[in-house]
Design a protein around this ligand. Structure first.
Ligand code: ATP
Ligand code: MG
Length: 218
């Protein structure tokens, strides 16, 4: 089996910025990775992503939203994550099952048992070895995400950015309680710092944890 690293945190905390930097850094050291993201990561799941993040879909019910995330994850794990880990690769995934607990359980209030059951089915035994929680005040993250969306010419994936601040605060608190419950799997990084300082903290943590055998063979 390979090594599975996920990145989590509120909107705009810097997950995508940092996961790309980490992938480049590892590749510069001769360590190749499979870099992927959720929701999405393969063509069918990317179609589900566009439904989930489209701000026009205000009427999407919390339960339908949860099940779309589970469907996208089931496809992504089957097509991308499980084959890569079985082949012994290091997989870097931008959001994964903890996001569903943080957003749909802590954020939306859906029963945790329902989400645990769906996550178990969708993940098919693929549990992250390491989860990097980029923790920051959602006001900072939302401001960064808003600027990024305004500067981008792509689709406006902002359905969650438009949620109330209180929702994002529950998501942040949810992530922190997930991290507190599994201190061996999570590392918490201060996402309010500069891009460079955050990257130094993440790369130090990751490099000490990737098993020696994978560092050598990749
Ligand atoms: N530490 C930082 N300080 C200032 N700006 C940052 C920092 N990290 C990222 N940014 C900028 O903030 C914006 C959001 O960053 P990024 O897209 O990496 O966040 P994200 O966590 O992936 O967001 P989302 O949850 O929406 O996917 C980007 O424009 C990025 O360049
Ligand atoms: Mg992102």
């Amino acid at each position: 089996m390979g090594y599975f690293i996920t990145f989590e945190g509120v909107e705009g905390c810097g997950k995508t910025t940092q996961i790309k930097l980490l992938s480049e850094h590892l590749s510069g050291r001769g360590i190749s990775t499979t870099l992927t993201r959720e929701p999405g990561g393969c063509p069918i799941a990317d179609k589900i992503r566009s439904i989930l993040l489209d701000a026009e879909n205000r009427a999407l019910s919390p339960l339908a939203e949860l099940m779309l995330y589970a469907a996208a994850r089931a496809q992504h794990v089957t097509e991308v994550i499980a084959p890569a880990l079985t082949a012994g690769k290091i997989v870097l995934c931008d959001r994964f099952c903890d996001a569903t607990l943080a957003y749909q359980s802590f954020g939306r209030g859906i029963d945790r048992d329902v989400i645990d059951t769906l996550n178990r089915q969708a993940c098919q035994g693929m549990v992250p070895n390491l989860t990097v929680l980029v923790d920051c005040d959602p006001r900072i993250g939302l401001e960064r995400a808003r600027r990024r969306i305004e500067a981008s010419s792509g689709p406006r994936e902002e359905r969650f950015e438009l949620e109330a601040l209180a929702f994002h605060q529950r998501v942040r608190d949810g992530y922190r309680s997930l991290a507190d419950a599994e201190p061996d799997r999570f590392v918490i990084i201060d996402g309010s710092d500069t891009i460079e300082a955050i990257f130094t903290a993440i790369s130090t943590q990751v490099l000490t944890r990737i098993p020696e055998a994978l560092r050598a063979v990749c």
